[in-house]
Design a protein. Structure first.
Length: 218
């Protein structure tokens, strides 16, 4: 894998996570345990989160292209890089389109709008759903690939990540739909999902790059 693609794959996740952690800590009225990351794109400094989506999406697109060029033939060869690319495009879409307010943020907004406030919000949710389904699929595809290569640790890690993403996606969606028992922790569930997905992708970039370099030395 080229050094540029590797650097992009390594940088995207930490940049995205660090950005929303800092924003969530300093934004007035924002509760990271309750509110979604996408809500950081609302308000006076919302451009920061929108830019974060876009930059992370572009970096991951470069990584996905490098992954497609360097992944040796085997199970998941066409699908793995494509799904990572879909995750990247979903991030770009989430940055281009802004979500509706939810769970009372920004202050004074309703907990849940009876319908989408705009087509832009609907497109944001569609892009986000594509992204999360894509990264879930990528975990499953690479789990099969690692299992076929008898790399049990990576196969189990990829499977576990897929399970975490699936479960927390369901929990966070229910929370943002104002499920009484979950709404106060919607942001936490979503953050677990996002961190798990990015951690897996970052470590995957390191692993693929390492294997590529070892192959070149042979």
């Amino acid at each position: 894998m080229s050094k540029i693609a590797f650097i992009c794959g390594i940088a995207a996740g930490p940049l995205f996570v660090l950005s929303f952690l800092i924003q969530g800590a300093v934004r007035n009225g924002y509760d990271p345990l309750r509110h979604p990351v996408s809500s950081l794109a609302l308000g006076d400094h919302g451009w920061v989160q929108s830019a974060t989506f876009l930059v992370a999406g572009v970096l991951t697109t470069v990584f996905a292209a490098g992954l497609r060029r360097n992944l040796r033939p085997g199970p998941g060869t066409p699908w793995g890089p494509s799904l990572v690319g879909m995750w990247a495009l979903g991030l770009v879409g989430a940055g281009l389109f802004t979500a509706d307010p939810v769970s009372g943020y920004p202050a004074g907004s309703p907990d849940l709008l009876p319908a989408y406030g705009s087509a832009q919000a609907a497109l944001h949710d569609a892009a986000s759903l594509v992204a999360f389904v894509a990264i879930l699929g990528a975990c499953v595809v690479f789990a099969r690939r690692f299992a076929a290569d008898n790399r049990r640790g990576w196969a189990l890690y990829s499977t576990a990540t897929a399970v975490v993403v699936l479960v927390t996606l369901g929990l966070s969606n229910a929370a943002f739909a104002q499920s009484p028992n979950l709404v106060a922790l919607g942001g936490l569930f979503q953050r677990i999902m996002i961190v798990a997905a990015w951690a897996w992708l970052t470590l995957l970039a390191r692993d693929i790059h390492g294997h590529s370099e070892r192959s070149e030395l042979r």
